[in-house]
Design a binder for this molecule. Sequence first.
Ligand code: LLP
Length: 426
Amino acid sequence: MHHFNERDGVLYAEDVPLSAIAEAVGTPCYVYSAATFARHVRVFTEALESAGVPHLVCYAMKANSNQAVLSLVGALGAGVDVVSGGELKRALAAGIPANRVVFSGVGKTDRELADALDAGIYCFNVESESELAALSAIAAEKGLTAPVSLRVNPDVTPNTHAKISTGQKETKFGIPVSRAREIYAQAAALPGIMVSGVDMHIGSQITSLSPFDHAFTVMGDLLDALRADGHAITHVDLGGGLGVPYEDARADPPRPEDYAALVARHSNRFGCTVVVEPGRVIAANAGVLLTRVVHRKEAEEKTFIVVDAAMNDLIRPTLYDAHHEIRAVVPRGGTELVDVVGPVCETGDYLAQGRTMPRTERGDLLAIMSAGAYGAVQSSTYNTRTLAAEVMVSGDRFDVVRRPMPPEDQIALDHVPDWIGEAARR
Ligand code: LLP
C-alpha cells in the first residue's frame, strides 16, 4: 500500500501533484510519502502487538537514512538497525534513543565499537570471534558492559538475488550454527561482555515465508540449547528481509501481517522480546524517483527514452537486475516497447530494458516507482552529476529534505596541492 495515486489524469504523492514538485525542485529528485512510511511502521508494530509478541522494531536505516525519515520513524516509537558509526550518528541526531539501536555488520572498527559503547546501544550484533575479542577489550578498558548477540548463519537459501543473500554458509556473514554454543561459552567468559540475545539475517527481497520459517526454527532450536547451557537470553533478533511487490502485475510477496503471524507462532517458543529489522518493506514503496524525458532516440533496433536520472541516482536495475515500475506523471494514453536509459557513459546505465510502458515525449515526467529503499542512499555523483534532491510530502505539504549537491559543491570538496605544477614537470 502506498500513497502515489492518479487523480484527474495526474500522478500525485499524497495530495501533491508530482508535476508541482518537479516544477519547484527540478528533476531528477526523490519524492517520499510520509504517510506511506508511517503506515508501514505501524502495520509492522501493530501486527506484532496484536499477535501478542513483545517486540522492538528496529528499522534497517541503510534502506533510507534521510534525517526526516529517521525522525518520522523514531516518532512512531521504532528503533533502528545501524551498520556503521555514521548511521549511529544519524540515528542519535534524529533523536532515536540509543537503547533502541542495534548495531550489525562484519567490519565494525574499534572506533565504532567504542562510540556505540559510549552511546549505550541496546545490542551489538557480533559477527566473529575477532570482533568479540575487540569489543571485550574496549568495554573492559572503559569499565562498561557490552550487551551482545552473536549473529548466527542458519545456512538457509533465501531464494533471492545472489548479491543480497546473506544466510548461506559461503557468505561472509555471522558464525556457523554448528559453532554457536562454543562461541557463546567464550563470550560469556569474556570481561565486558553480557550475552543478551541471538541474531540472524538471511537476505533481502525474500518473497516467500518458508525461508524465514526454516531459519526461525533453527533459532528456536539454538535458543533451547543456549538456555540449557545456562545463558540468559532476553531477546532474539530475526533481522529483516521481507520483500516488496516491485512489479504490480507479478505475484505479491507475503504481507507484513502474514510475516508477523509467522513471527508470533515462533515467539511463543522464543519466550522473549523479538527484535525485527525491516528495511525495504518500510521504505521501498514510500518513495519514487521523479525524472524528465530529455530525448527520444529511435535506434535501428530499439526506441530509447533518455531521461535525466541515471545509474548514479538509482543503481538497482544495473546492480541487481531490479525491476522498477515506471509510470507517466501525466499519461498521454497508449503504450510502447522501450529502453529507459540515463545520460551516463556506460551501457549499464539503464533504468528499464525491453519495457512496455506508457508512451512519452520529450519533456514528459516519469515516476520510477518503489525507489524509497536503497535508492538515494546508494546514489553517487559519478560523471559529476548533481546528487539528486530528496523531497518529503505529507498531505498537501512538501519540503526538500536533502538539498541537491551540484558540481560547485563537489569541486569545493577537492583540493589541488600547490606542487601540482611541479608534479606535471617531473
Ligand atoms: N538487517 C541486516 C543485518 C541487513 O544486512 C539488512 C539488509 C537488513 C536488516 C534489512 O533488510 P531488508 O528488510 O531491507 O531486506 N542494496 C540492496 C539491498 C541490500 C540489503 C542489505 N542488508 C538492494 O537494493 O536490493
